[in-house]
Design a protein around this ligand. Structure first.
Ligand SMILES: [Zn+2]
Length: 372
C-alpha cells in the first residue's frame, strides 16, 4: 500500500465517521429492508411499457397467439441473452412491446402495473406512456388511452393508489409526429398531467428540436419534463436547453448537470426536481450513479429515485431498487427518506393533495425514527 493510498483511506474513514455521527446507520440489513419496504412511495419515472412482469408478458403473448413468450422461462431467457448496451435492451424491449395489441391488453398491462405498485407500497404514481410506438404498429391512439384509463380506474379502486399519466414523444421521431400526438390527446387532457420526451438516440436529437412541441404543450396547460440520458454527447448543453429554452418543470435522469456548478446552482434556484433512475443492468456490479446522486443530495439538489423500466432491469421494482441502492451506497435511513420526500414534493398533484401526501410521509418518517 502506498503512502498516498493510506492517506486516502484515512480520509475516507474520517468522512464516513462524520456521516455516521450525523446520520445513524440502521442496525441491520433486515431492519433497513423493512424500513424501505414499508416506506410509502411516490414513483415518478417509470415507463408503462417497461413495467411488464414475465407473467403479464406471457398472458398477453398467449392471448394474442404469439409463438414466442409461451411461458415465463422464455421471457427470462430473452432477458438473459440480451446483448450489452442500448441495442440489446431495445431488441428485447421491442419484442415484449409487440405482444400488446388491443385495448384490453392496455387494460391488463396497466392494472397489473398498479398491482405491482401496491406490492411496493407506492401510494402515488405518475407513469409514462409512448403512443408513437403503438401507432406505428397500427394501434389507434384511442385504443391505447381507453385501455390505460380503464386499467387505471380499476387499479386505483382495488389497490387504493392514485395515478396520473405523462405522455412522451420519442426524440428520434419528427416534430410533426410529436405535434400530432398532442392534438390527439386533447379529448384526454384531464387524464394526462404532463408531457415528456424519451427514447433515442439523444445524439442528433437535442431538446431544441422539440421547442415548438414544448411551447404548445405549456400553452395547453401540461407540466413538462424531459429525459436527458446519462453521459450522452453534449449532456450538459442539453440540460441547459431543457431548462432555458423548453422551460421544463422537472428533469429526468440529467445526472451530468453536476459537471457544471453554475447549472447546479440554476437548477436549485429554480427549484427544479430531478427524477433519477439508478438502475442496475445485468453486468453492473452495483446500481449506477451512486456517487453522482450522492453529490446531488449533498449539494441540495431535489433528487429522487425511480425504477424506469422495472420489468427489464436487474434493479427491478422500486422497493428492490431502493434497497440495493441504499446497501451499495451506505445511505442512512434519513437519506432514503429525503430522496422520497423529494419525490412527493416533485409530484404534479393539486397543492392540497400534495401537501397531504407530504404531511403523511413526514408523519410516517417520524414514527420510524427519522426527522426530515
Ligand atoms: Zn426513462
Amino acid at each position: 500500500m502506498t503512502y498516498s493510498i493510506k492517506i486516502k483511506n484515512i480520509l475516507c474513514v474520517l468522512l464516513l465517521g462524520t456521516a455516521t455521527a450525523q446520520y445513524p446507520i440502521a442496525q441491520s440489513r433486515d431492519e433497513m429492508f423493512q424500513f424501505i419496504s414499508e416506506m410509502p412511495k411516490a414513483e415518478l419515472h417509470v415507463h408503462l411499457e417497461g413495467t411488464m412482469s414475465p407473467q403479464t408478458i406471457v398472458k398477453l403473448a398467449n392471448r394474442n397467439g404469439y409463438s414466442f413468450f409461451n411461458n415465463v422461462e422464455d421471457v427470462f431467457e430473452s432477458l438473459e441473452n440480451r446483448a450489452p448496451g442500448l441495442g440489446g435492451f431495445l431488441q428485447h424491449h421491442d419484442k415484449q412491446v409487440s405482444v400488446i395489441q388491443t385495448e384490453n391488453d392496455f387494460y391488463t398491462l396497466t392494472y397489473d402495473f398498479l398491482k405491482n405498485c401496491f406490492e411496493n407500497n407506492i401510494v402515488y404514481v405518475e407513469f409514462f406512456f409512448d403512443p408513437q410506438i403503438h401507432s406505428e404498429r397500427g394501434i389507434a391512439f384511442e385504443s391505447v388511452l381507453e385501455g390505460i384509463l380503464k386499467g387505471k380506474k380499476a387499479g386505483e379502486k382495488n389497490f387504493n393508489i392514485k395515478s396520473n399519466l405523462i405522455m412522451c414523444a420519442n426524440r428520434e421521431k419528427s416534430i410533426e409526429s410529436a405535434m400530432e400526438i398532442l392534438e390527439k390527446a386533447k379529448p384526454y387532457k384531464n387524464y394526462i398531467v404532463g408531457i415528456g420526451l424519451d427514447n433515442g438516440p439523444e445524439n442528433g436529437n437535442p431538446p431544441v428540436k422539440f421547442t415548438s412541441f414544448y411551447q404548445e404543450a405549456k400553452r395547453q396547460g401540461y407540466y413538462l419534463t424531459i429525459h436527458n440520458d446519462v453521459d450522452e454527447a453534449n449532456s450538459v448543453e442539453h440540460i441547459w436547453q431543457a431548462i432555458d429554452i423548453l422551460k421544463v418543470d422537472r428533469l429526468d435522469h440529467s445526472i451530468n448537470a453536476i459537471e457544471d456548478l453554475s447549472l447546479v446552482e440554476e437548477i436549485n434556484n429554480r427549484e427544479i426536481y430531478i427524477a433519477a433512475s439508478p438502475v442496475q443492468r445485468r453486468r453492473d456490479p452495483v446500481p449506477q450513479d451512486i456517487g453522482r446522486i450522492k453529490f446531488m443530495l449533498d449539494h441540495g439538489m431535489n433528487v429522487s429515485l425511480h425504477s424506469d423500466d422495472p420489468g427489464e432491469f436487474e434493479s427491478g421494482y422500486l422497493t428492490k431498487l431502493l434497497f440495493n441502492f441504499q446497501q451499495a451506497g451506505h445511505f442512512s435511513k434519513r437519506d432514503m427518506a429525503r430522496f422520497m420526500l423529494n419525490a412527493f414534493k416533485a409530484t404534479w398533484l393539486e397543492q392540497a393533495d400534495k401537501d397531504a401526501y407530504i404531511k403523511s410521509f413526514k408523519k410516517w418518517a417520524k414514527e420510524n425514527g427519522v426527522r426530515i
